[in-house]
Design a protein around this ligand. Sequence first.
Ligand SMILES: [Zn+2]
Length: 102
Amino acid sequence: MRPPDELIFRRDEFRCAYCDLDGKLFENWVFLCVDHFKPQSRGGDDKMENLKTSCVSCNHMKGAQQFPDLASARAEIQKYRTDMRRIWGDHLNTPTAPEVQR
Ligand SMILES: [Zn+2]
């Protein structure tokens, strides 16, 4: 049986294993979830060792990819974030971007 999410969060000190988002702040805590480091679709189980506190963004970016270790996963996710930030900067955060209607 899968351990309760809170047990994983507490073990990981409410911090995303991939980007270090601090889930001790309520505004961040609402974005925490539990990630299967070895994805369930690849045979990952519900043991404590395979469960990691993650934010939903990192969980989404990691998807069903499998990594040899946590450092590799963190590096890959950081790369995605850097790419996404560049895309955001190039296309969304420019004076020519359409104004948001309020
Ligand atoms: Zn994260």
